[in-house]
Structure formats: C-alpha cells, structure tokens
Design a protein around this ligand. Sequence first.
Ligand SMILES: [Zn+2]
Length: 330
Amino acid sequence: MLSHQQPWAQPRVIYLGGFGRSGSTLLERMLGAVPGWVNVGELVDLPRSVQPDDEKCGCGEPFSTCPFWDKVGEQAFGGWQSAPVRRLAELRRTAARQRLVPSLLRLSRGGGSASLRRRVAEYQQGYGRIYQAVAEVSGATTIVDASKGPAHGLALGLDLTADGGVKADYRLTMVNLVRDPRGVAYSWSRRALDRPQAGSRSQMWSIGVGRSAAQWAALQTEVALINGLSGIPSARIRYEDLVAAPRPTLRRLLTTLGQGDEETALDHVADHAVTLAPSHGLSGNPGRFRHGTLDLVADDEWRHGLPAKERRLVTAVTLPWLHRYGYPSL
Ligand SMILES: [Zn+2]
C-alpha cells in the first residue's frame, strides 16, 4: 500500500493532445528529460496493441522483456496478462472514443449518463494504477503521456468528484501541441505516396491532403470544446516554436505548468539541439528509439513540396484555426 507521504502519491500527468505528425514524440521526449519527469509514449496503445502484439519499447526491447514495463505491470496489475488490462482495451471503446466527446463533456458538468460515468471512473482507476506504478518505478513525480487523442485525454482528465465520484489517483493537464496544418497535410500525403495502392497517385495525394486538413480542423474544434468546457487545466505549444527556439519555448510551457524557474530543468536543451537518454516511450514514431545529442531542424519541406493548389485547399479548410494559432494564411 502506498503512503500518501511518498512523492508519487498523486503523480501529475502531462497529457499531450494533438494531431498525428505534429512532433509529439519529440516534445514528449524533451519534456521527459526534465529532472523528476518521465515520458511513457502513447499509453493509449498499451492495452490495445503494444502489449497484445509485444511491440518494441523506446529502449529497444520488446515490451514483454523491457525491465521497466515489467516492473510497472507487476506493480499495477500483478502482470500485464491480466483481466484489468484487457478491460482497459474494452473501456477505450465504450468510455473514451471520439464520438463520446459530447457525452463526456456532459459528465464534466454533472449531467450525462450514469453508466458512462461508471465506465469513465473505472477507466480512470485503471490508468491511475499504471500512472502510480510508473511514478513509483521511475521515481518521477510528473509523467508525460503522448497519447494525443482528445477523447482519451478527456475521459482520463474529467473530474467526477462533483457528483460524488471517486477522485482520480493523478492530476492531469492537457497540453495541446499544434503544427501548421499545411506541414501536417504534406507529411500525411507523403506517407500515402510512400505506400501506393490502387488508384492514381495524384488522386491519392489530393484525397490525403483534403481529408487530413478536415480532420485536423475537426480535432482543433474538439480540443477547443474540451479546453472551454471540461474544467481540465490546459496549455498550448506550437511545433514550429519548439524547434526554432526550444529553450524559451519550453521555459514558457514549464512556467505555465507551474514548474517554477529551476535552471537545471532544461540543461538537456541547447539552442538547436537536445540531448536525450534512451527512454521507455511506447508506440509513436521511430524517433522514440533515437538517443544522444540530436539536432533540432524544422521539418518545413512542405513550403516548397506542397503544390500551390493543395496549399490553398488546406489553408481554406483550416483558416479560422490558422488565425487563432498565429499562422500566416498565405
Ligand atoms: Zn523499455
């Protein structure tokens, strides 16, 4: 049994919310290297794919043989091959999926369905056990979870105590990571080109760019609703600022998160580089395997790679958000 005097009695969770291809693995690892913090990758994938498929951990070991996750699983559930872990995968579908966002927001205002409330409470307790165990095994007090999906973050961050619910065993803050949607759309379209299937390449390109722009805009709407209505503390950071001026940008974020001014917090971050030890981040892009001193270079290939017509399409679809986040509309 954990004593409440221990520093991990109620870990803080920094939940990175945002769209894929926005640099979340980089941000997650830069934050995870702050003393007293630890990054865990996209934890949402642990019950649904990382554990069942024995995917590789950021340390290079398969999940089943990574000593860190082995200890965490033992501590949280007496091992990962247990019913509560399978139950979390199930609850992901019935308590934390995207189309439940309006229902989840009703819960945050004391209304909504009693059965959804019970499922969300169970989901929070399950993840609470993982977060508690991560804090205990790592010795960290702040956990960076790069799961990205707003609905999952909302389900985990909702305060259910107003209606007599159980308090979660962690405190969650949502950090919205945004990247210029034209860069995001270009990145996704490149992936489509890399894996050509049936149909002409130009058609795939066009569908990819339009669709990802629409999905990107829909996700920003969800995030704005959650930030405005859920009561979950939130902050925002732009990928472009992180890469162009990492120290001041992270310093601002840490101040917003109430981290104070300790000079050593960002010793691993230089003007154009970051030094990272191996971590145990799960899922996410292959950047999770890299360690040592890495150069920070803005991925802005879209500026010359994205054809004018596609660029105009993405700009038109995302225009209100470009203005809100301070991106040029040209
Ligand atoms: Zn590992």
